[in-house]
Design a protein around this ligand. Structure first.
Ligand SMILES: [Zn+2]
Length: 197
């Protein structure tokens, strides 16, 4: 007969190990995000023409990274992959129908204005007031190549606009005043120099 106390102790240790491993995995996923200064963020991404298993795996990884980082959206160049793909989930994994993948997106409609605070996983630690369209319709394909059309407003419209910008090599810094941009870039460069970026 196995000692109950020993069994419990083993169980507790295994639980602690699993917790440590999952925290470690989450940190690794977040570290996959490339930040301001990486040239991949500054160039237009390539059209996707092959819808195969590796594309599906890439999309799955993008969702993992986005959830681990606590983001609402993620574009492929943000993990160093210059391909026209973005993922979005404004419900943070709570509602399956909010999980959106768009490959080769084109914005069909960008209507109205909204003003609000916005951040970017590739420019961590900063938030800016940015005007975006309030209603966006985007067309493209899903991860298996089937046509999709997404009609969104509010936060999701802001997010789609932000992610499609990434695919065109544009960061949210393009939407702030030159003065604010200079100040921000100086702060980032200081952080890069001190190894804090
Ligand atoms: Zn971003």
């Amino acid at each position: 007969m196995v000692n109950l106390k020993v069994e419990l102790e083993i169980l507790t240790r295994v639980r602690a190990l699993v917790l440590r491993l999952s925290i470690h995995l989450e940190e690794e996923l977040v570290q996959a995000i490339v930040k301001y200064g990486d040239p991949v963020l500054g160039r237009p991404a390539d059209e996707v023409s092959k819808f195969d298993e590796s594309l599906a795996a890439l999309v799955a990884e993008m969702f993992d990274v986005m959830y681990a980082a606590g983001g609402v959206g993620l574009a492929a160049p943000q993990i160093g992959i210059s391909m026209r793909i973005f993922v979005m989930d404004a419900s943070a994994g709570q509602e399956a129908e909010k999980r959106v993948t768009v490959v080769n997106p084109t914005i069909e409609l960008a209507d109205g204005d909204q003003d609000g605070a916005e951040g970017c996983l590739s420019v961590p630690g900063f938030s800016f007031d940015i005007r975006r369209p309030d209603h966006v319709i985007v067309r493209g394909q899903d991860a298996s190549g089937l046509p999709v059309s997404i009609d969104v407003t509010g936060l999701e419209a802001r997010c789609v606009s932000h992610e499609v910008d990434h695919l065109d090599g544009r960061l949210l810094l393009a939407h702030i005043s030159p003065l604010k941009r200079d100040i921000t870039v100086r702060k980032i460069k200081k952080r890069i120099r001190s190894g804090d970026w």
